[in-house]
Design a protein around this ligand. Structure first.
Ligand SMILES: Cc1ncc(COP(=O)(O)O)c(C=O)c1O
Length: 381
């Protein structure tokens, strides 16, 4: 099956008992056994639920993996993956990372004795110099949030396999429509399904996908033992969202390209961060490992006046000021006062998160309305 066909059909068959074309929402916690231990594949819904399992199989197919596991949020998926480790183990992670991932690593798992090293992943020598006998995992997020840096997945997978590490890629920003890390040598792909995969800003969920059966068994053990599983209603919503993933992503990419170029030429806009520009420092890697460049764009304003940024993000009409990304509707965010507020100004500015950095999640609305919205709001400055 090609991608669009998988998005609609993988893991889903008409319900054998009724013929229902859409996967039913199996709103049940438990399943009848005729004699103890004799059941039809399902015994308890933390362990397995047919709606969730359809989604898990669909995700495995989209990522060219074999096993998919769903969790109650993206962070619950990260939590389960780190629980593959034990005290004393070390993780080398990208330093340009979603703030919540940084928080769970630092404030939850460091106290349990797992050590995290945060590095710029362009620098493979630095990564190699940090690898020691305790290093067990390499963690990358690409494109990164909010600076849209691109990390070379193939290059890192070489370091990972040479050193017997588990290589995890957070594929939330790209989705399997644009990038399939397992094909490039990653061991686990992780998602916040809350974003593009669900696609309608109506559900919070996460996933881990892998090819290796032993790794899948270990993840399943954590999923079942710790129990951070999503319910069947939410699983249904994500399954339904994924049916249009390829169509939505196509439009996100088209609209993203137009908006990125509009911003680049606007006299009040300073730097524009979007991996589709030939001038983007990682454009060649993006071209190699992604099929298109996505609808996430960050930019700053000339003069770098905080009040300009606040005025802009508070006055757009179709770009809603809100956390999150990846829904059909366009969102606008101000990292310095929202997602990155906890990071000291000096620190955040080193990575480009200046006072006027603005992040757009370009939706699938009509492009003329989105352009007019930005143009009219920039005119207010
Ligand atoms: C790249 C990335 N990874 C992980 C997460 C965490 O996912 P969730 O909010 O579903 O727990 C997010 C959320 O914004 C994210 O942007």
């Amino acid at each position: 099956m090609k991608f669009g066909t998988k998005a609609i059909h993988a893991g889903q068959e008409a319900d054998p008992s009724t013929g229902a074309v859409m996967t039913p929402i199996f709103q049940t916690s438990t399943y009848k056994q005729s004699i103890p231990g004799d059941f039809k594949g399902y015994e308890y819904s933390r362990t397995g639920n047919p709606t969730r399992n359809a989604l898990e199989q669909n995700l495995a197919a989209l990522e060219n993996g074999k096993f998919g596991l769903c969790f109650g949020s993206g962070l619950a998926a990260i939590d389960a993956i780190i629980k593959l480790l034990k005290p004393g183990d070390e993780v080398i992670s990208t330093n340009d990372l979603y703030g919540g991932t940084y928080r769970i690593f630092n404030s939850i798992f460091e106290p349990y004795g797992i050590k995290f090293h945060f590095v710029g992943m362009d620098d493979t020598k630095k990564i190699e110099s940090l690898v020691n006998e305790n290093t067990k995992m390499l963690w990358a997020e690409t494109p990164t949030n909010p600076m849209l840096n691109i990390i070379d997945i193939e290059k890192l997978s070489k370091i990972s396999s040479e050193n017997n590490l588990i290589f995890v890629v957070d594929n939330t920003f790209a989705t399997p429509y644009l990038q399939r890390p397992l094909d490039l040598g990653a061991d686990i792909v992780m998602h916040s399904l809350t974003k593009y995969m669900g696609g309608h800003s109506d559900v919070v969920m996460g996933a881990a996908i892998c090819k290796d059966e032993k790794l899948a068994e270990r993840l399943f053990h954590v999923q079942n033992s710790c129990g951070a599983v999503p319910g069947p209603q939410d699983s249904f919503l994500v399954l339904r969202g994924i049916k249009t993933l390829h169509l939505r992503m196509q439009r996100h990419c088209e609209n993203g390209k137009v908006i990125a170029n509009f911003l680049k030429d606007h006299p009040k806009v300073g730097d524009v961060y979007w991996p589709g520009f030939e001038t983007h420092p990682n454009h060649e890697i993006a071209k190699k490992q992604m099929d298109d460049f996505g609808g996430m764009i960050s930019f700053n304003l000339k003069g770098n006046k905080l009040e300009d940024a606040i005025k802009l993000v508070s006055n757009t009409h179709f770009f809603t000021l809100a956390e999150s990304l990846g829904g059909v509707e366009s969102l606008i965010g101000h990292p310095a006062s929202m997602t990155h507020a906890a990071i000291p100004k000096g620190e955040r500015e080193k990575t480009g998160v200046v006072d006027t950095l603005i992040r757009l999640s370009v939706g699938v609305e009509d492009i003329d309305d989105l352009l007019n919205d930005l143009e009219n709001t920039l005119d207010l400055l």
